[in-house]
Design a protein around this ligand. Structure first.
Ligand SMILES: CC(C)(COP(=O)(O)OP(=O)(O)OC[C@H]1O[C@@H](n2cnc3c(N)ncnc32)[C@H](O)[C@@H]1OP(=O)(O)O)[C@@H](O)C(=O)NCCC(=O)NCCS
Length: 151
């Protein structure tokens, strides 16, 4: 996927937050600690440093929501890091119930809250929730229930 494709998908998926530009994606992709997990209708981007892997962003084409793609991408990220990281973490807006549902289903729990972290147009800002999940070295614990949607 090109930086332009990533930026277009990100803008389509994130309606209440600032979209990331193609040049921001280009910079991230040049970082040796950053990994891209692509899919024809979405992507996940992570950074793994010193035994911790962070989900930087996750986006699925709104026309393809609720087909298991977000789950597949998140599992791909977790499985790719199961033998090199002890924990996985991410930040999610408290009002993003879709993403929270997805992460909770995979075993993530809230470990911290950053009050008012996400600015909202014409609305009160939303808290950021830091969510964390332990990983098992060498034993990927996350099965993929939607194998037909690999990409
Ligand atoms: C969050 C997002 C990635 C989910 O992608 P998706 O492909 O639609 O999710 P999936 O179909 O894989 O859903 C997996 C599970 O997540 C939960 N989930 C997904 N969407 C949900 C919703 N709208 N409401 C409640 N739970 C939801 C459910 O547990 C779901 O399982 P189920 O469909 O069997 O009930 C997608 O909504 C998106 O791109 N949102 C905008 C960008 C974003 O918020 N990214 C995450 C930022 S931290």
């Amino acid at each position: 996927m090109t930086p332009q494709q990533l930026a277009a998908l990100h803008e389509a998926a994130f309606r209440t937050e600032r979209p990331w530009s193609a040049s921001e994606f280009q910079d991230l992709l040049q970082n040796p600690f950053v990994a891209l997990f692509p899919h024809p209708s979405g992507f996940a981007l992570s950074r793994t440093v010193a035994g911790e892997t962070e989900l930087l962003t996750l986006a699925v084409d709104p026309a393809q929501h609720r087909k298991g793609i977000g789950l597949l991408l998140t599992q791909n990220w977790l499985n790719a890091n199961a033998d090199r990281a002890e924990t996985a973490f991410l930040e999610v807006a408290s009002d993003n119930l879709a993403a929270r549902g997805l992460y909770e289903r995979l075993g993530f729990g809230i470990v911290a809250t950053r009050a008012g972290y996400y600015a909202r147009k014409n609305a009160a800002s939303a808290d950021a929730l830091v969510m964390r999940c332990p990983l098992t070295f060498g034993q990927p614990p996350f099965s993929t229930p939607h194998p037909q949607q690999s990409g």
